[in-house]
Design a protein around this ligand. Sequence first.
Ligand code: TSJ
Length: 658
Amino acid sequence: MSETDNKTLEDSVLEFDKLEDEAVHVDHSYTANDIQVLEGLEAVRMRPGMYIGSTSGRGLHHLVWEIVDNGIDESLAGYANRIDVVVEKDNVISVRDNGRGMPVGIHEKTGISAVETIMTVLHAGGKFGGGAYKVSGGLHGVGASVVNALSEWLEVTVDQDGKEYYIRFENGGKPVAPLKEIGTTDKTGTLVRFKADAQIFKETTEYDFKILDSRIRQLAYLNKNLKLTLTDERPEHPVCKEYCYEGGIIEYVRHLNEGKEVLTEKVIYAEGETDGILAEVALQYNKDFQHEIYSFVNNINTHEGGYHEDGFRLALTRELNKYAKEANLLKKDESLQKEDVKEGLAAIISVKHPDPQFEGQTKTKLGNSEVRKIVSNIFGEALRRFLLENPTEAKAIVEKGLTAGRARIAAAKAREAVQRKSGLDGITSLPGKLMDCSSRDASECEIFIVEGNSAGGSAKMGRNARTQAILPLRGKVLNVEKARENRIFENAEINSMITAFGCGFKDNIDLSKLRYHKIIIMTDADVDGSHIATLMLTFLYRFLRPVVEQGYVYLAQPPLYKIQKGKRVDYAYKEQEMDALRAEYKDGYKVQRYKGLGEMDAEQLWETTMDPERRILKRVTIDDIMEANAVFSMLMGEDVEPRKEFIQNNAEYATLDL
Ligand code: TSJ
């Protein structure tokens, strides 16, 4: 490492940056001088987490998005319509677009090319005047230089004006040589190849095809007519996926409703532009009771909502009410409420904004207030036209909303009853089936949600009664995806869980009231068990999402086998472990295969599954709400295998002294 080299580069760039002021360029043409300097790459290597969140698998994938976002920007600017992503052997990532090519000009003062500066100086992405919707360097975007800093090596090839240019960086972003002309070409575009630095990404440098695939597909939905390809060259037979949606978010909504019964065949779509702000909305109702409404700003999922979502909801309720009234579909004093028109709604709201303000706890809430009116106007007008032109569909939508409204009033009563018992208002009457622990220090308390009565008995006898509570559940848990709220609140198992947890539910959650900091789902290690666990997770996800997000939810891992010879006893939690044990024991051993928790006596259950010193727990994580939603819907389908696989993969190991 040569700190001096770095300083020199930084200093020189800082110098020329002073020459160029931050003033708004009206007729802005990008040159090598328009570069802003903040810090050196060394800072990134020292504290990578500050720039990419973490150095886990998530951080690793972040590198790819950082580079891809630059290509997306070029397409949003109107100069590229294709981006190819390749995972090469050895987990090298290659991203190519067919845009103008990054600027190659050499700065007079420093003698450094714009490409090199962009790749070696933090936040040195080009400044755009007005009119560009920039993703990179924005919210998630920290700039391509961060990727360079965290790479073993990185190469940029630019095709521009008939020439091909090339530069390579090594060891965390140090140029091997200046940008060089290496040939001629009849194309234009930018190609970036890099290998993530294993010294930084200590956990893994292996890309997950599914993660890349689903985001790339999402980007294709969000940017209609942009062609995105993903090639995985690591397997013996390379896999190539191509995404390009002419209908954009219309097709996204159809995708959300895949496998569901839709209320109307047509997807309602609105598109418009006001003051350089682009707004697009697509929606279609299905016959389920849950809703899936996703909003995006410059392709970034705005989990926390914001003014674009507000504008959407406003217009939806307003226009449906207006229409319902005009068409005489309302009884006296009846009207549709916000929640009523949400039921069964699949919707995408996508805004492209030249200067988005991201707010909120996770900086995923749009704070530009002007957007509310813009979305409300653009969408409201299109919705009104749709309703007038499609009276059959309009009536079906209004009727569904009215039914939801009536159910809401009935549910309010049931909900109140649950709420009273849930402890939030201080009147705590715990469910009768709960075998509570004696400690009142939530941080050391655990609740085991146990399937079946016999297992509940063993769990009760085997537990540490000071810190471990047991809640046995009878029969299957209600699938909350398929039931209306009033039925959900009438369900005894769900009532018991909410009451036992004590923290409220849905919009009325107070995590400081959560009575156990580990909610442990303990089911049999078979298909039925995973189904029950899934239903439980779905419930937690829909009604107690912060509890899942904050990492309070775990899956117990009962052993599959017990192997015994003389005094020696071992338990195997995986088939591979069992194979290894068989080999070790050689012969003359006894094997017991556990088909259910009920087959274990209290002591065995304690030893293998409940004892904090010896058990294995899996913490259930949801780091991407969007992804989780898709997965949960998939899980609710008929196939058992993907479900099982999810439960096994999507929970992280944790040896529970967390
Ligand atoms: F930054 C990067 F290396 F990560 C990267 C940049 C990666 C990829 C895949 C593409 C790009 C990129 C950058 N593609 N296209 C551009 N375009 C520009 O940088 C560019 C070109 C011309 C002008 C102009 O005003 O003439 C402005 C810009 C920003």
